[in-house]
Design a protein around this ligand. Structure first.
Ligand SMILES: [Zn+2]
Length: 295
């Protein structure tokens, strides 16, 4: 890559006498450029090599045992999922917190669920994400709240997971396992947090992730705010709705909670809100209703 730069530089300076300082500056500039590009090149190379390998049979069997939804995936979806998992595992750093030991099985279960959401994304491995921090159970985070009078109150809040725009996802392993083991209850921590990651690709979590086409982006912009408002109104009127009440927090949580139900209760979501189901189907380019989850 560096060598490709040299011919053009030499051509531009052809016929001129290059003294030592100029050569040094050119050398330093080339080294700086190389240092800038090398990590991205290395990441891509590692992912390419990893995804070129066959997906290990032992990993397929492990997923079948510990994530029942995997068994329902059509074979073409499984194949694409395997490639995404391999890229994901080659690219991300897993960090155990509070003494938790991250094993290959921990990485696999998180990667598999995360990548199901992204297999049809232009880059299926969450390019902005660098680290996954895993706690053994729910964790406590300090928070600050500013009251109407401007008074700041410090508290501690218990969390199961978090998704940051700076390239980190934080997960409770106990709840990650529970979400995978009960795949048809509409509650999945990994789906939830990685839906936020997709949403945050637009720069902020606002329930409007970047869409594959302009037409879908326009449909999303027209329909999603109304779907969210109607959901909140139904909740306030005590009308039964499928999504957990946490979805009323804001548009970003509405999207993340809807994603959990889309993959784990697709028929129920289609019945509860056909427009919402169709938006998610077209966004993910997947149709979980066809996966016969109830059989
Ligand atoms: Zn959330």
């Amino acid at each position: 890559m560096l060598l490709a730069c040299y011919p053009s530089l030499s051509a531009d300076l052809k016929g001129k006498d290059l003294d030592l300082p100029v050569l040094l500056i050119l050398l330093l500039a080339s080294l700086s450029l190389g240092a800038l590009l090398a990590p991205a090149w290395w990441r891509r190379r590692q992912m390419r090599l990893a995804s070129a390998e066959a997906f290990p049979r032992v990993q397929r069997q492990w997923l079948r045992q510990h994530w029942p939804l995997y068994r329902k995936l059509p074979s073409d979806v499984q194949l694409r999922l395997h490639k995404s998992i391999q890229k994901f595992l080659a690219d991300k750093e897993f960090i155990g917190c509070d003494g938790f030991v991250v094993t290959p099985q921990v990485q696999l279960l998180i990667a598999a669920q995360a990548c199901l959401l992204s297999i049809n994304q232009p880059e299926s491995h969450y390019p902005e994400l660098r680290q996954i921090l895993v706690y053994p159970d729910a964790f406590v985070v300090p928070t600050k709240h500013v009251g109407a009078s401007g008074v700041v109150t410090e508290r501690s809040e218990v969390r199961l997971g978090e998704s940051w725009t700076q390239g980190q996802v934080i997960l409770s392993w106990r709840h990650t396992q529970a979400g995978a083991a009960a795949p048809y209850d509409g509650q999945n921590l990994v789906f939830h947090e990685f839906a936020h990651q997709l949403d945050q690709l637009s720069g902020q979590a606002n329930g409007a992730p970047p869409q594959p086409t302009l037409a879908l982006q326009q449909r999303w912009a027209q329909q999603m705010p109304t779907l969210y408002a109607n959901y909140c109104a139904d909740l306030a009127a005590h009308k039964p709705r499928l999504l957990d009440s946490y979805a009323s927090t804001n548009a970003a949580e509405f999207f993340a909670v809807a994603v959990e139900c889309f993959f784990e209760k697709p028929a129920e979501l289609q019945q509860d809100s056909p427009s919402l189901y169709l938006l998610l189907r077209d966004y993910f380019q997947l149709d979980p209703q066809l996966w016969n989850l109830s059989l």
